[in-house]
Design a protein around this ligand. Structure first.
Ligand code: F6P
Length: 548
């Protein structure tokens, strides 16, 4: 079974949502709260250690009803079953989409081409466990007999962003190993990392699903050449391991079969941190913590698959995003974690969300007539408050924001935590309520300002408010809660792809630039000549004259 092709614009719920938008577009959130005092009690989902309050959104019960009707008309329930049971929902690449199988219990059964993949998933998990424990304990050593002290993950996109984000997010749980990530083909990236390494005590993890990616192969080659200046050829097998589906290419690179951690084509790169792509995570925080991350994601999978949509966190958040994207015309969404540990969270989600849902052609092969993928951006609070919050508060654009916070501080500093949380809570209140003219005048009164100053300053000091936010409040940042949080956004992506009638799991849009780069690269060395437009030709020539 594949996903059906249903044009959402043709659905009756879609037309009714348009009408609902006309009614609600000028209604202030304050009015919605004043109409219904217990609004937040109804619009909060408490699940395990998650507290998700979506009441500060420009919706009412009727809008929600229509959004749920939209899920019926787009056959979301059936689509979720297809997703979890291994149907070929990545139709354009003829693949199942089964990152959920990577965190399923050992007793689960998930079939791909008639074969249950769970035993193989657990075999590789065992390989990850044994290897990471041996490296962490120092049982596996470098070629001169010294234990490893440094890990370098060489990969890009999904083979970098997920592990890099998680290792950073879980730095509180980190062991003695220092982990670096090399991704960019920019040689200055790899050479800056090399500066910090000792070839006797560094383990290199080359991660590439396809093992054909220019960036990763270039970085791996540069590192291997550097390594071989200090070590004999037979030391490579002690210091280099690979994660890939392409065993042939890995072997060609000189890595022996015993050092390969397999993955499967039914795991998309941007959803692969749960597979052996997460090897650097397991090495950095220990296998047990890696398991907790997976079991958190599995709990979110169960929640998503079995909970009625009305209290289903990924479904509700996805529908709210559709509401703003398609009816309010919001172009972007901000994701603001109030935790420095989640510094890379928005960057990580940019690939997941924008590579998945940045599509124009629907599941019927036609151009869509409505907006799809949202643009995601964000930085941790409170830093972002001092950077771009001005625009969210008083700019002309509507930017729905997810506020993510953790009630407990890992280092237990109550003074800092209270300050952090007061900001976390105050911002959503401020964005919703704004500040009226009357309130500003009241403040001016206390400042004894002249009448002319008051008149001049008044319009600038008013905050319209009515800015929508979700509060995703979690008890504590643990490997398990992080797993739940990541899986929440993965499922949000899925729901939106279903509603927008697009294929979320291919990424053909990244190919064209890669192809042209290969053409231009050959021109640099005079191997070929091509015709380009005047601008491109001039830039190529400028580079050829200027490079060192
Ligand atoms: O950017 C395109 C992409 O194919 C991503 O989807 C993927 O995560 C990344 O490149 C890296 O690919 P690979 O793991 O095959 O090196």
């Amino acid at each position: 079974m594949t996903l059906p092709s249903i044009n959402p614009e043709k659905l009756s719920s879609w037309s009714k949502l348009k009408e609902r938008y006309d009614i609600l577009k000028d209604v202030h959130l304050k009015t919605l709260f004043s109409k219904e005092a217990s609004r937040a009690d109804k619009m909060t989902i408490q699940w395990e250690d998650f507290y998700v309050d979506y009441s500060k959104n420009r919706i009412d019960a009727e809008t929600l009803q229509l959004l749920f009707e939209l899920t019926k008309e787009t056959k979301l329930k059936e689509a979720i079953e297809s997703y979890f049971t291994g149907d070929v929902i990545n139709e354009t690449e003829k693949r199942a989409v089964l990152h959920t199988a990577l965190r399923a219990p050992k007793t689960a059964e998930v079939f791909v081409d008639g074969e249950n993949v769970i035993p193989e998933v657990y075999r590789v998990k065992e390989q990850i466990k044994e290897f990471s424990e041996a490296i962490i304990k120092g049982d596996l050593k470098g070629h001169t007999g010294k234990p490893f002290t440094h890990i370098v993950n060489i990969g890009i996109g999904g083979s970098d962003l997920g592990p890099a984000m998680v290792v950073d997010a879980l730095s509180y749980y980190k062991n003695h190993l220092t982990t670096y990530f090399v991704s960019n083909v920019d040689g200055d990236h790899v050479h800056e990392v090399i500066k910090k390494l000792d070839p006797e005590t560094t383990l290199f993890v080359i991660v590439s699903k396809t093992f054909t990616t220019q960036e990763t192969l270039s970085n791996a080659t540069t590192i291997r050449n550097w390594f071989l200046k200090a070590a004999p050829e037979n030391a490579v097998s002690k210091h280099f391991v690979a994660v890939s589906t392409n065993l042939e290419k890995v072997k060609e690179f000189g890595i022996s079969e015993a050092n390969i951690f397999p993955m499967w084509d039914w795991v998309g790169g941007r959803f692969s941190l749960w597979s052996a792509v997460g090897l650097s995570i397991s090495l950095s925080v220990g296998y047990e913590n890696f398991e907790h991350l997976l079991s958190g994601a599995n709990k979110m999978d169960d929640h998503f698959r079995t909970t009625p949509f009305e209290t289903n966190i990924p479904v509700v958040l996805a529908l709210l995003s559709v509401w703003y994207n398609n009816f309010f015309g919001a172009e972007t969404e901000a994701i603001i974690p109030y935790s420095q540990y989640l510094n890379q969270f928005a960057t990580y989600l940019q690939q997941g969300i924008m590579e998945s849902n940045g599509k124009t052609i629907d599941r019927n092969g036609n151009k869509v007539g409505y907006q799809t993928g949202t643009i995601i951006w964000g930085e941790p609070g409170t830093n972002s408050q001092h950077a771009f919050f001005q625009l969210i508060h008083q700019g002309t654009k509507l930017i729905p924001v997810d506020f993510i916070g953790f009630a407990e501080a890992l280092h237990g500093d109550r003074d800092h935590q209270d300050k952090l949380m007061s900001n976390f809570i105050a911002q959503t209140e401020a964005l919703m309520n704004g500040k009226t003219e009357a309130e500003v005048l009241e403040e001016f009164k206390k400042q004894n300002l002249s009448q002319s100053t008051v008149e001049k300053l008044l319009p600038y000091k008013v905050f319209e408010g009515n800015k929508p936010t979700n509060t995703i409040f979690i008890k504590r940042l643990t490997p398990e809660s992080l797993g739940k949080l990541i899986a929440l956004y993965e499922h949000k992506i899925f729901v939106q792809g279903v509603v927008w009638n697009i294929f979320s799991y291919d990424q053909f849009g990244v190919e064209l630039g890669k192809q042209l780069a290969n053409v231009i690269l050959k021109e640099f060395s005079g191997q070929s000549e091509s015709l380009h437009d005047n601008s491109t030709m001039n830039i190529i020539n400028f580079y050829k004259k200027s490079r060192n």
